[in-house]
Design a protein around this ligand. Structure first.
Ligand code: ZN
Length: 282
């Protein structure tokens, strides 16, 4: 199943187009794309047998963040060995760094993003997990049953602010407006042959800059849910940015950052694509 947010309304997506969930369910499920995760099990059962023949074409520019207002946004740092190496830090041993992207940074999949002053905004394509069931002290073995689905995310990062000063400012410098595009929709785990081995990558103006597989995550989705939920209960509709593979601009020689006019395209195979166009903040 593919479910998301079209013009602010909970929507199912098929090969033919979009189906409004409130209308197709005769009002059983509301239009709020965030609230569905509170009743996720019921929704999934209904959607499996729902009549989706009334799908209509849509404009991808009308897609919003599939989870527009999660109670919590978790983000994971240094979760691929080659990215830790290009960042010139050790790989995490017990658990990777955890930070947040503040909720106002979330956006839909096709956007224009204003670059902050300083010229050091960088890309980080990531697999994003959407929680479908409250998870508190969940074991890795039981973790996938708490996942509603997977989506694509960009952890856009303003590096100067992130790394200056006496302590790193991961959450703050990664939360400028539009710095957390998500989408194009949430795909349920049953749609993948192996949800622990997905191909992902991104390109700038058509040139591939990141390419990896989630099977290379140091802490995969089950280990992340186990570790996060040991400390912090995960709530339905929460999201987890799982970390980025190597190839970020900061780790290049010479370093390279996003410039006005450039287009960043990010994908996870089997889910879809994000497209960000950058402009000067002016
Ligand atoms: Zn990241």
């Amino acid at each position: 199943m593919r479910v998301g947010n079209l013009s602010g309304r909970l929507t199912l997506f098929t090969e033919e187009g979009a189906v409004d969930a409130e209308k197709a369910s005769g009002g059983r499920f509301g239009a709020d794309p965030q609230a569905v995760y509170e009743v996720w099990d019921d929704f999934a059962v209904w959607a499996a047998d729902a009549d989706l023949t009334g799908a209509v074409p849509f404009d991808p520019a009308d897609l919003g963040a599939p989870t527009p207002a999660p109670a919590q946004v978790f983000a994971i740092g240094l979760n691929y060995a080659e990215h830790a190496a290009e960042s010139k830090v050790d790989v995490p041993d017990r658990f990777p760094p955890v930070f947040t992207k503040f909720r106002t940074a979330l956006s839909g999949p096709v956007t224009t993003v204003a670059l902050p002053a300083g010229g050091t905004t960088d890309w980080e394509v990531e697999l994003v997990v959407v929680v479908g069931r409250r998870a508190e002290r969940v074991s890795a073995e039981d973790a996938w049953s708490h996942v509603a689905g997977l989506t694509v995310g960009q952890d856009l990062s303003e590096r100067t602010g992130q790394l200056s000063g006496p302590a790193p400012q991961f959450s703050f410098a990664k939360s400028h407006p539009g710095f957390a595009p998500l989408g194009p929709w949430v795909v349920t785990p049953d749609e993948f042959t192996d949800p622990d081995d997905l191909e992902l990558g991104c390109s700038v103006d058509g040139e591939t800059v990141q390419h990896g597989r989630t099977s290379d995550l140091l802490f995969g989705v089950p280990a992340l849910i186990e570790g996060l939920s040991r400390v912090t209960p995960l709530l339905p509709g929460d999201i987890v940015f799982t970390g980025t593979p190597s190839g970020v601009g900061m780790g290049r020689d010479p370093q390279r950052f996003l410039r006005p006019g450039e287009v960043l395209t990010s994908h996870v195979t089997g889910i879809g694509e994000l497209r960000q166009t950058f402009v000067s903040a002016g």
